[in-house]
Design a binder for this molecule. Structure first.
Ligand SMILES: NC(=O)C1=CN([C@@H]2O[C@H](COP(=O)(O)OP(=O)(O)OC[C@H]3O[C@@H](n4cnc5c(N)ncnc54)[C@H](OP(=O)(O)O)[C@@H]3O)[C@@H](O)[C@H]2O)C=CC1
Ligand SMILES: C=C(O[C@H]1[C@H](O)[C@@H](CO)O[C@H](OP(=O)(O)OP(=O)(O)OC[C@H]2O[C@@H](n3ccc(=O)[nH]c3=O)[C@H](O)[C@@H]2O)[C@@H]1NC(C)=O)C(=O)O
Length: 353
């Protein structure tokens, strides 16, 4: 998406309080710019004063936010700027701020489909918290893109409407689900979209009807929309059904048994290969790769398409294991797996691995 605006200007170092670990002698710490950091007068340890930039009621945290705290994998270093937005006006203001400063930005939801880098992100990370839910008519739900997809799925099914049963148990946001065209159990997000509201890079709000949007398996038009700043909301059209909730409970139970839901993962790492008639997870298992480990990352014994951060994993560990898995499947079956997750490069705009 066109989330990367202007050159990557990285005025590091930003603020972290960089106190040295307890017991260590006083150090002159250096941030990534190699500029020395001032000494703390009280404890004589190196530090930088935390800085927050305020603009139009928004608080931009500079250099203190660790991306590992924003991703389900628990991996990622600091971002130059971090801001949370709760409505469209704030989102517009955040995007304008980035444009004025010529800094890149990305919009994230729950970080359940992202691999951040240990080096962090030279730009601004906008955390989407646009969370309204409106019942327009029975079966028609208008919802903010920061609304939890799991919760939307549970509510709709409980209220007797079918189409979003599969969303139960999916850890992302509505925006992330639309962007990735999330799917499971034979259903996908695109099936029930009526329209999607977006913010363009020219700060225009636009409503796109379902017939203007072409989706595919784990593909949406938003992934290559040049003037997209963010998805801000969507309207879903569901069908009345007395069995939606019981179907959802069955899916949830199957998910609980077949996926390592309590571990640190990003769901399926690879898309299922097109026309191969077999899932990526099965291919990885049959290539003998379950349990393969690099540093803190392991191929799950429960579902081989899930790579688990067992603790202390680096982004390099993850990238390395992804390459090993791809290589193993290619060698054994001649099939090239394609990543489903997005890798957020610290400096480059491209997010493909
Ligand atoms: N089936 C399953 O069990 C699982 C499914 N998933 C899938 O991953 C999805 C990820 O959701 P979530 O965690 O919220 O997403 P993330 O925060 O992980 O973001 C993933 C990508 O989606 C884009 N994105 C997210 N929100 C928006 C938005 N409002 N507007 C435009 N682009 C957006 C971002 O693009 P950019 O970087 O370009 O800004 C980002 O790279 C889930 O909904 C689901 O599809 C994940 C785990 C398990
Ligand atoms: C988890 C995600 O979505 C999941 C979604 O939850 C499930 C449930 O419908 O179906 C897809 O997985 P999947 O194709 O691996 O589905 P599963 O039902 O788990 O497995 C398919 C087949 O492969 C076999 N299988 C799976 C994993 C494994 O390690 N070994 C194995 O043999 C299973 O036994 C089954 O016969 C989605 N993944 C993709 C890439 O399409 C996600 O997108 O992050």
């Amino acid at each position: 998406m066109a989330s990367h605006i202007g050159p990557a200007t990285s005025p590091y170092p930003y603020p972290q309080l960089l106190h040295a670990p307890f017991g260590l002698p006083s150090l002159t710490l250096r941030a990534r710019s190699n500029k020395p950091i001032a000494s703390c007068p009280s404890c004589n340890l190196g530090y930088q004063r935390a800085r927050v930039e305020q603009r139009n009621g928004l608080k931009f945290e500079r250099g203190t936010k660790l991306l590992k705290d924003l991703s389900t994998w628990g991996i990622g270093g600091p971002c130059d700027y971090f801001v949370q937005v709760f409505d469209n006006t704030q989102l517009v203001a955040a995007v304008r701020f980035c444009q004025e400063k010529s800094i890149r930005f990305i919009v994230i939801g729950n970080g359940s489909n992202c691999l951040f880098d240990d080096e962090g992100f030279e730009g601004c990370v906008i955390l989407n918290r646009i969370k309204f839910l409106e019942r327009v008519r029975p079966g028609i739900y208008r919802v903010g893109s920061g609304f939890r997809f799991n919760l939307l799925g549970l509510k709709c099914s409980n209220e007797g409407f079918a189409g979003l049963e599969f969303a139960g148990g999916i850890p992302g946001t509505v925006g992330g689900a639309i962007y990735t065209n999330a799917g499971a159990n034979g259903q996908e997000t695109a099936d029930v979209i009526d329209s999607v509201d977006i913010l363009t890079t020219e700060s225009k709000l636009k409503r796109l009807g379902r017939n203007e949007l072409e989706f595919g398996y784990r593909k949406s038009p938003f992934q290559c929309m040049k003037d997209l700043a963010a998805i801000v909301g969507a309207t879903f059209r569901l069908q009345r059904s007395g069995s939606a909730r019981s179907r959802q409970l069955e899916h949830l139970e199957r998910r609980r048994i077949s996926q390592p839901i309590r571990e640190r993962s990003a769901g399926s790492v690879f898309r299922n290969p097109h026309n191969a008639g077999v899932s990526a997870g099965k291919l990885i298992e049959d290539a003998g790769l379950k349990g393969m480990r690099v540093g803190g990352v392991i191929v799950s014994e429960v579902h081989a398409n899930f790579l688990i951060n067992t603790g202390g994993s680096s982004s390099q560990d993850m990238l390395h294991l992804i390459e090993l898995v791809k290589g193993g499947v290619l060698m054994r079956f001649g099939i090239e797996l394609e990543e489903e997750i997005s890798y957020i490069h610290p400096r480059k705009s491209s997010q493909t691995l």
